[in-house]
Write a protein that binds this ligand. Structure first.
Ligand SMILES: *Cc1c(COP(=O)(O)O)cnc(C)c1O
Length: 354
């Protein structure tokens, strides 16, 4: 080994779901929205003036921050925007998790958390979810350097009640508690309403799932202005342009399109509820999901075999070869037609094996 190799930062990177570039596949593996952004966003995209790209974007992304503040009834000082919620979350780890004590998160959760903790050299402890994939609140009563979990959780889709969140917030008033609400719009209750009561709460959301804009990379945090200021100071010490100009423009447009947003969400929720019934009929069981995916296991067949079979039929779902969940598939809710194609393939899979 060369001397300089010893000084290379070695990390095991996060592995995102496959993004196959093949046409005609059914993509139910990365929780994207099956519906496109609204027509108003499309018009804004087409009307964009290329000349504007000459200039640096507004470092504070005020247009978008103000639209988000108005939408949620918050002050602009309570909102931080970033390049996808992954950027917002990474900045939050860097900003708030500086204690020598370990941060806490569930053992089954978004697999980026331990990657950031390792990257930033933050000690951490994974708390085991119960057998129904619920958080045991007592696990979070111990001393710690901060707490983070998604609600609803990923990849399980399980929602925790507000009382659990409040209990954890109250018992941890000396650290920052981050709630990652990537999937909250699909029928769960947001912790945003708790912001007035708890200064140590940071709520993080994204445009990637419920707002049909994973490709534009917008995420945001909502919290006390002191937390937002701290996040901005870190962000501006790293790269002061939080967001590119097209993202600011199109993101603002998307936020203004409330009706379209609610309509697509409603369609996805309906398809999800119908899909729960179909999957049950096909022999699957799953924790009740409040997200745009279902985390399912089959009574007879191995998840990995089903995963490979579906892939051979150009239907992509997500399989995690990880402890406790290696017999589960995470299936994103697509359009009605896509789900019909999935159920048909699952039926064929079983028929071939009877
Ligand atoms: C998808 C996802 C994110 C990241 O989304 P961005 O595309 O970076 O905004 C964050 N947390 C969870 C739990 C997710 O599933």
């Amino acid at each position: 080994m060369k001397a300089w190799e010893e000084n290379i930062r070695k990390v095991v990177p996060y592995v995102p779901g496959e993004q196959p570039q093949k046409a005609g596949i059914i993509k139910l593996n990365t929780n994207e929205n099956p519906y496109p952004p609204s027509e108003a966003v499309e018009r804004a995209w087409k009307d964009m003036e290329i000349e504007k790209l000459r200039l640096y974007p507004d470092p504070q992304a005020k247009l978008l921050v103000n639209a988000l503040a108005k939408n949620y009834g918050l002050m602009p000082e309570q909102i931080f925007v970033g390049v996808g919620s992954d950027d917002v979350l990474a900045m939050s780890f860097l900003t708030f998790f500086n204690s020598k004590k370990p941060i806490l998160f569930p053992d089954i959760t978004y697999s980026f958390y331990d990657v950031w903790a390792d990257l930033f050299r933050i000690p951490y402890k994974k708390m085991k979810l119960d057998e129904n994939f619920h958080i045991k609140k007592e696990d979070y009563y111990q001393e710690n350097g901060g707490i983070i979990f998604p609600n609803p959780n990923a990849p399980t889709g399980v929602e925790e009640e507000q009382e659990i969140l409040e209990d954890i917030l109250k018992k941890n008033s000396d650290v920052i508690v981050i709630i990652d609400e990537a999937y909250v719009d699909f029928g769960a209750k947001s912790a945003r309403t708790l912001l007035e009561k708890y200064e140590n709460l940071l709520v993080v959301q994204t445009f990637s799932k419920s707002r049909s804009m994973a490709g534009i990379r917008i995420g945001y945090a909502m919290g006390h202005s002191k937390l937002i200021k701290a996040l901005q100071d870190v962000k501006y010490s790293y790269n002061s342009y939080t967001m590119n100009m097209p993202s600011i423009l199109l993101g603002t447009k998307a936020i203004e399109e409330k009706e379209y947003f609610e309509m697509t969400i409603e369609k996805i929720i309906q398809t999800r509820e119908k899909s729960k019934k179909e999957l049950k009929k096909l022999g699957f069981s799953f924790p009740d999901s409040k997200a745009n995916f279902i985390f399912a296991t089959h009574e007879k067949y191995r998840a990995k075999d089903i995963f490979l079979y579906l892939k051979s039929k150009d239907i992509y779902v997500r399989y995690f070869p990880l402890e406790r969940i290696d017999n589960y598939l995470r299936i994103t809710i697509g359009t009605e037609e896509q789900m019909e194609a999935l159920f048909h393939a699952l039926y064929e899979f079983q028929k071939e094996r009877e």
